[in-house]
Design a protein around this ligand. Structure first.
Ligand code: ADP
Ligand code: NI
Length: 218
């Protein structure tokens, strides 16, 4: 049975290999940032750091958006990987539950987390979806999916089901209103709420400037 440090080291190699060079903003460096955010949050939350690290590393191993909407594939791959390393069943189940529950599913769809470890990883992932990095990732994703940046004739939609949210092919700017600007209020931990403030304000400033330029202001 290998120890926790070795399990994390091997998982890092596995994830890095799978996600390197990914072009939609879900690449290896997203994982590194989420892990870093999680470390910061863990300083203020009593959590099992091993579970947090594993869930942060494995949370985007197979995203439903790139597998025909199949939300079970991520947790399944994570389970197979962790079982192959001999990780105990309780830890595997906990990590896979976090991965399954993590994603944003539309403005009207609650995405509750039942453990502190899950709350930390969800917040860490969502912090990387807002601010300057969030803006960059969102346009990277839009380009990857061939979306237009903005179309003033297509309004943003408040999705009340995951299916409707998944189906959307709206312009990239709409995603700010359909998800990114809503995340600040949906953070689980006080530290993430505080960290979200400046990132949120930066997105608002970006949008104000974007629309001013759109109208040809000098
Ligand atoms: P979650 O981590 O909640 O599952 P996603 O993986 O769906 O979130 O999204 C991560 C990031 O990918 C978003 O924050 C955004 O930058 C980008 N993204 C996802 N869906 C869209 C979209 N429809 N339009 C633009 N960007 C998107
Ligand atoms: Ni992620």
């Amino acid at each position: 049975m290998i120890d926790q440090a070795e399990i994390l080291a091997q998982t890092e190699v596995y994830v890095k290999e799978k996600l390197s060079g990914e072009g939609s903003g879900h690449d290896w460096w997203h994982i590194v940032r989420v892990r870093q955010n999680a470390h910061t949050l863990c300083e203020h939350e009593p959590v099992d750091a091993f579970v947090v690290e594993l869930a942060a590393l494995l949370h985007d191993i197979a995203d439903h958006k790139f597998h025909d909407g199949d939300t079970s594939i991520g947790p399944r791959l994570a389970r197979e990987w962790l079982a192959s390393l001999g990780v105990d069943e309780v830890t595997i189940t906990h990590v896979c539950e976090i991965i399954a529950a993590l994603s944003f599913k539309g403005s009207g769809v609650p995405t509750p987390m039942h453990t502190r470890e899950g709350m930390v990883v969800q917040d860490a992932d969502r912090l990387d979806a807002i601010g300057a990095i969030g803006i960059a990732r969102t346009f990277a994703y839009g380009g990857h999916k061939n979306r237009v940046m903005y179309d003033p004739t297509i309004p943003a939609v408040a999705h009340d089901s995951f299916a409707a949210y998944q189906k959307s092919t709206a312009p990239t700017i709409n995603h700010f209103y359909e998800k990114l600007l809503l995340l600040k209020e949906r953070m689980n931990t006080p530290t993430a709420r505080r960290m979200a403030e400046a990132r949120h304000a930066f997105m608002e400033q970006f949008l104000t400037q974007f629309f001013a330029e759109w109208e040809g202001e000098r």
